[in-house]
Each structure stands twice: as structure tokens, then as C-alpha cells.
Design a protein around this ligand. Structure first.
Ligand code: 5GP
Ligand code: MN
Length: 354
């Protein structure tokens, strides 16, 4: 049995809201990932089947690697179609905010939404949601926003509207936000949800291969280079650091999404339980952190890198040079492990010594 974790009053208000409106906008965080796109597109699909005029508006483009998700072509991307995106948001009678917890995570879309009096619904699984929503379905313990969209549909009695297309979208988020059912999926009900999705006859193997195991040659080479040449290990602190500067990215014709799972790789090494990846983007340093067990990287990202996220998967941004970002990482080491020196042991150097 999948239990009803969302308060009945919230479900009733959602039902009244959806029944009472026609134009619905759905949005998600910038640099959308599988969960952001899967959850928004699944919800959009179901709302359209209910006869609603629903549109997904994203702050920026979906990465190429996720273009296989059903409905991606219908996205209204703010950075490409600013006027249209603005019009859809301002004319919407309800705005669903999925897979983010604070309006600044959606860049300029946040500035458009903030002054509107339109009812805002949050469906999200990040820690510490902002108090900026009229209705909130916020469960940090949920595997993904896709899980929460499934639960909303279930509790509203709308699962019959979850066809193969919506189920495929949800599957992508459930799969990618758990690293391929590796973490954040201890709740047995997670697999009951998967079971319900599989009954819609989704093309599971194809979705798995596209979502988890499809990289361009450049991306694969960049990842190999990063691990071979740019990964530093700090065994005393259980830490790994990978830094890719603009030169590295240019050398491998970097495209958005190319480094998506790189930060997880060092966690394969016994004794390494947290990993940091710094990437020099055009206007900032993008920070990604992952960890295993009860070592929280969301605290690190909120304290040092203007970000946040989940205990084991968090991210943020650093404003400064790549060298200053590396210094900030060393400050984290010094603050968290004051009694240890910051001795780096690079696997690359080890091999040379042998
Ligand atoms: P990623 O490392 O894949 O970009 O992000 C991992 C997790 O951290 C995601 O759940 C994402 O929503 C969150 N996250 C990434 N970047 C930021 C950020 O700049 N600010 C906040 N608050 N969370 C972030
Ligand atoms: Mn998510």
C-alpha cells in the first residue's frame, strides 16, 4: 500500500484550485535535470489530459542529453522565448513550482513570479523551503519531485490520467535523482510507485540507457581526462576534488550536461565519502557536491557556496576566480578537520611513483 503522506486539506485545496482554473504554468529550477523535467512534463501532460491549458516554462534550456523525455520540445524556455515565457507566467491562473524551494533558484523567472498575486503551488523535496508559496507539498525525505507528483496524482484520484507518456517522464526523475536506484530510495513504497509506473508499459530499458548511460564522445573523453588528470584525493578527510577550468572545458568542446555525473565518480574509491566538483562557467564557478552516509554536503554548499540541496547531493555557485573557489574548498577542509593537515594524495602521482 502506498500511504497518503500529503495532508488531505492540501489535496482538497489542490483539487479546488485545479477545478477552478484553466491556464496553468509549471516551472522548475535552472539547469533542469531529469527530475525537474520529468516532474514538470508529467504534471503538464496530466493537466492537459484534464483539458487544462498547461505549459512548462523553464529558466533555461534542457541539456541535449535529456531531449528524449516526452514533451521536452514543447517547453517554453525563458532564455530563448522571453516574451512568451513572461506572458504565460503573468496570464496563468495558477503557477506550479517543481523541484526547487526558493524563487532565486529560477533566476529571472523568480523576479517575474514574485510580484504576481497568482496562487503558487510548491511540489518539492529540497530541505528548508522558502515561505513563498500558497500551497506546499514539501517532503525532503522523498526520493524526488517525480515521486511527489505521483503521490499528488494518487491522492487526488488522478492516476488513471497517468498514461505511458506521463509515466515515462516520472520514471526518468525517479531513476536519475536516486542515481539509478542507488540512494534516497530506502522507502519500500518507492518500489510500489515504480511498480505502478511499469504497469503503464514504459520502455524501461530504453529510458535507462538514455537517462543513465548516454554521453557524447567529447563528454566521455572529458570525464576520463578529469578523473585521470584533475582529480585530487584527500584520504585523511575522505574527500575528493575535481576542478575543470575554462581551458579544460574548451579542449573537450564542453556542452551543458557533459559533466552531469562526474562528481559521483570519486565516491567509488574506498575511503572517499564526499566529493566536490568545481567547474568554471562563463559567469560563476558551478559547485557540485556528493556524499555517502550521514556526512551532509548541503550544509557545506549553503555555508561556503551560496547553495544548498540534499544531505548527499547538493550544489551551489561561487563568485570569484577558480583559484579562489579552490581556496574555499581548502577552507572547508580546514574548518571541518582542524586537526588534520591538508595532505593531498593524487592517484595520478601515485601511479607515477610505482
Ligand atoms: P547538482 O550538483 O546536480 O547541480 O545539484 C545537486 C543538488 O543540489 C540538486 O538537488 C540541486 O537542486 C541542488 N543545487 C544545485 N545547485 C544549487 C544552487 O545553486 N543552490 C541551491 N540552493 N541548490 C542547488
Ligand atoms: Mn529533484
Amino acid at each position: 500500500m502506498i500511504s497518503s503522506i500529503i495532508d488531505d486539506r492540501v489535496i482538497e485545496r489542490l483539487r479546488a484550485l485545479i477545478n477552478g482554473v484553466q491556464r496553468i504554468a509549471i516551472t522548475c529550477h535552472k539547469s533542469p535535470d531529469g527530475d525537474a523535467l520529468g516532474s514538470t512534463l508529467a504534471l503538464c501532460h496530466v493537466l492537459r489530459r484534464l483539458g487544462k491549458d498547461a505549459t512548462v516554462v523553464t529558466p533555461d534550456m534542457a541539456p541535449k542529453a535529456l531531449e528524449f523525455i516526452p514533451g521536452v520540445r514543447d517547453l517554453v524556455v525563458f532564455t530563448k522565448h522571453e516574451v512568451r515565457a513572461r506572458r504565460i507566467l503573468t496570464e496563468a491562473q495558477a503557477i506550479f513550482c517543481l523541484d526547487f524551494n526558493s524563487l532565486h533558484r529560477i533566476d529571472r523567472l523568480g523576479e517575474i513570479i514574485e510580484p504576481l498575486s497568482t496562487t503558487r503551488v510548491l511540489i518539492d523535496h529540497h530541505l528548508d523551503p522558502e515561505d513563498a508559496f500558497d500551497l506546499s507539498v514539501s517532503f525532503p525525505e522523498a526520493s524526488s519531485t517525480c515521486e511527489l507528483v505521483f503521490r499528488v496524482l494518487m491522492q487526488m484520484g488522478l492516476l488513471r490520467m497517468m498514461d505511458r507518456q506521463a509515466a515515462s517522464c516520472l520514471y526518468v526523475g525517479l531513476l536519475t535523482d536516486t542515481g539509478g536506484f542507488a540512494y534516497s530510495c530506502d522507502n519500500p513504497e518507492f518500489y510500489e510507485i515504480i511498480s505502478s509506473i511499469l504497469r503503464r508499459r514504459i520502455d524501461r530499458v530504453n529510458l535507462y540507457n538514455k537517462a543513465m548511460n548516454t554521453f557524447s564522445a567529447d563528454s566521455l573523453r572529458l570525464q576520463g581526462y578529469a578523473i585521470s588528470e584533475k582529480m585530487q584525493l584527500f584520504p585523511d578527510q575522505g574527500a575528493a576534488l575535481i576542478v575543470l577550468d575554462k581551458g579544460d572545458l574548451d579542449r573537450f568542446n564542453y556542452n551543458r550536461g557533459d559533466t552531469e555525473t562526474l562528481v559521483n565518480k570519486p565516491l567509488a574509491i574506498p575511503g572517499i565519502y564526499w566529493s566536490v566538483f568545481l567547474r568554471e562557467d562563463a559567469d560563476r564557478i558551478k559547485v557540485s557536491c556528493r556524499s555517502q552516509g550521514d556526512f551532509s554536503v548541503s550544509d557545506i554548499c549553503s555555508r561556503y557556496f551560496n547553495g544548498g540541496g540534499h544531505e548527499n547531493a547538493a550544489g551551489g555557485e561561487f563568485y570569484g576566480t577558480i583559484d579562489e573557489a579552490v581556496q574555499a574548498f581548502h577552507q572547508v577542509l580546514a574548518d571541518l578537520f582542524p586537526d588534520l593537515g591538508q595532505q593531498e594524495q593524487s592517484t595520478h602521482n601515485n601511479n607515477e611513483e610505482q
